[in-house]
Write a protein that binds this ligand. Structure first.
Ligand code: GTP
Length: 173
């Protein structure tokens, strides 16, 4: 079973994703985003780490495709939004032409989708629901939300279920 969990900031989506795998004896938790050198971010991460069972292992990596390709237990990917940020950061592409960024990101997405459809393991992926407000002033924000929308549609198409979390409530789409 493959599930995409989407929702806004602090909607409870990560917690819901974790609960979906609560019965698994071991889980590989993939923290796919950049590591920021700031105290607030460190405190957020610590909350997540403290609530994960001891039987879960953590992989801080952008290589979600690689983890899925070799997975021998259920995998939780948290989250595709920070993964996208990291993929663009790593390639230094925030100022590049849109077509170039898109081609780069979609190449990484294709690899992720091949691995996702290829694994027999249970996979839960967390993403962010963005873009419900006004068009952002900054180019990077517009780029991010456009690309994340595309990523969400494609990953959703490769999943068995999509769950939208709002205010801690779960809507199965
Ligand atoms: N590097 C790293 N990141 C982690 C780890 N555990 C969790 N994270 C990241 O923490 C982020 C989630 O942070 P939160 O601020 O709680 O998310 P939120 O959107 O406010 O809240 P929810 O809706 O509950 O998910 C995700 O991007 C995770 O990848 C870890 O062990 N290492």
């Amino acid at each position: 079973m493959k599930v995409l969990v989407t929702g806004g900031v602090r909607s409870g989506k990560s917690r819901h994703a974790e609960l979906l795998l609560a019965d698994a004896s071991g889980v590989t938790y993939v923290a796919a985003g950049p590591v920021y050198d700031d105290a607030d971010w460190a405190a957020r991460i610590e909350v997540h780490r403290a609530r994960r069972p001891d039987t879960w292992s953590t992989e801080e990596t952008r290589d979600v495709a690689g983890v899925l390709a070799t997975a021998a237990e259920p995998v939780l990917v948290d989250c595709l939004g920070t993964w996208l940020t990291g993929v663009i950061d790593d390639a230094g592409l925030w100022e590049a032409p849109v077509e170039q960024v898109e081609a780069h990101v979609l190449g990484h997405l294709d690899a992720l989708l091949v691995a996702l459809t290829g694994t027999a393991e249970q996979v839960v992926l967390v993403t962010n629901e963005v873009g419900l407000g006004v068009v952002p002033e900054h180019r990077s924000a517009r780029l991010f939300r456009d690309l994340l929308g595309t990523i969400n549609q494609r990953v959703a198409a490769a999943c068995d279920e999509v769950h939208l979390v709002i205010a801690g409530r779960v809507l199965r789409l």
